[in-house]
Design a protein around this ligand. Structure first.
Ligand code: HEM
Length: 193
């Protein structure tokens, strides 16, 4: 967004923290899939993937907070406090900021329900956790739609790599779910309900 391009330090911090948040959320997404699909290697056992998933998600929240605070205090971005959480009400770039706000709301729901996981049933927690499949693409579209660096090769490269990681993880998740369904079929035949 070129009209933001004349701001000072806050603007640079907003861009940098936005890109770091996108990379971290990609890592969180991929590690989340690795955890649910029981993907593990000798170098990355299941418990390590889970613990990385948790710690990187909290780190992502820190960078996301920096991104949002700088978007509010930067005089050119000047996103209103309400527009941070209420989608599509920003004065400038309402659509792109709104997609960021929507992604933020969903990310917050993921984090809060995960922190309260011991109070929720597995079914409720899992159902809410599925919004990750929506919050990540929203964050990506927001980043590409509003970013000042969208036209640069480096941001396109980072975004392309993030998409490649997420698509690979999702395809792998679907295949492994199909694999375990097939694996269970003969057992079901032996043990009718
Ligand atoms: C999960 C949520 C989010 C992620 C991953 C994210 C990520 C990004 C990225 C990568 C950029 C492009 C930086 C650049 O190259 O210029 C960006 C730009 C921007 N974001 Fe976010 N963002 C998120 C949420 C939000 C929210 C909630 C707001 C509202 C305050 C917001 C406001 C902005 C603004 C105003 C810009 C334009 C920066 C510029 O001038 O280029 N973002 N964001």
């Amino acid at each position: 967004m070129s009209s933001f391009a004349t701001s000072g330090g806050a603007w640079y911090l907003m861009r940098a923290s936005g890109v770091v948040t996108l990379i971290l959320l990609t890592g969180v997404f991929v590690l989340g899939i690795a955890t649910t699909s029981r993907w593990r290697t000798r170098r990355l056992p299941g418990f390590a993937a889970l613990s990385l998933h948790r710690s990187i998600s909290l780190l992502a929240v820190v960078f996301l907070a920096v991104h949002i605070v700088t978007a509010v205090v930067d005089p050119y971005a000047a996103v209103g406090v309400v527009a941070v959480v209420v989608p599509f009400v920003a004065g400038k770039s309402a659509l792109w900021v709104g997609l960021g706000a929507l992604s933020l709301d969903l990310t917050l729901a993921l984090i809060v329900t995960s922190l309260l996981r011991h109070r929720l049933s597995l079914r409720v927690w899992r159902g809410i956790h599925c919004v990750a499949y929506l919050s990540w693409p929203l964050a990506l579209v927001h980043s590409l739609g509003i970013g000042s660096d969208t036209g640069t090769m480096w941001l396109r490269g980072i975004a392309g790599a993030c998409v490649a990681f997420v698509v690979t993880a999702v395809v792998w998740r679907v295949r492994s779910a199909e694999g375990s369904a097939k694996h269970l079929e003969p057992r079901a035949a032996h043990h009718p309900a």
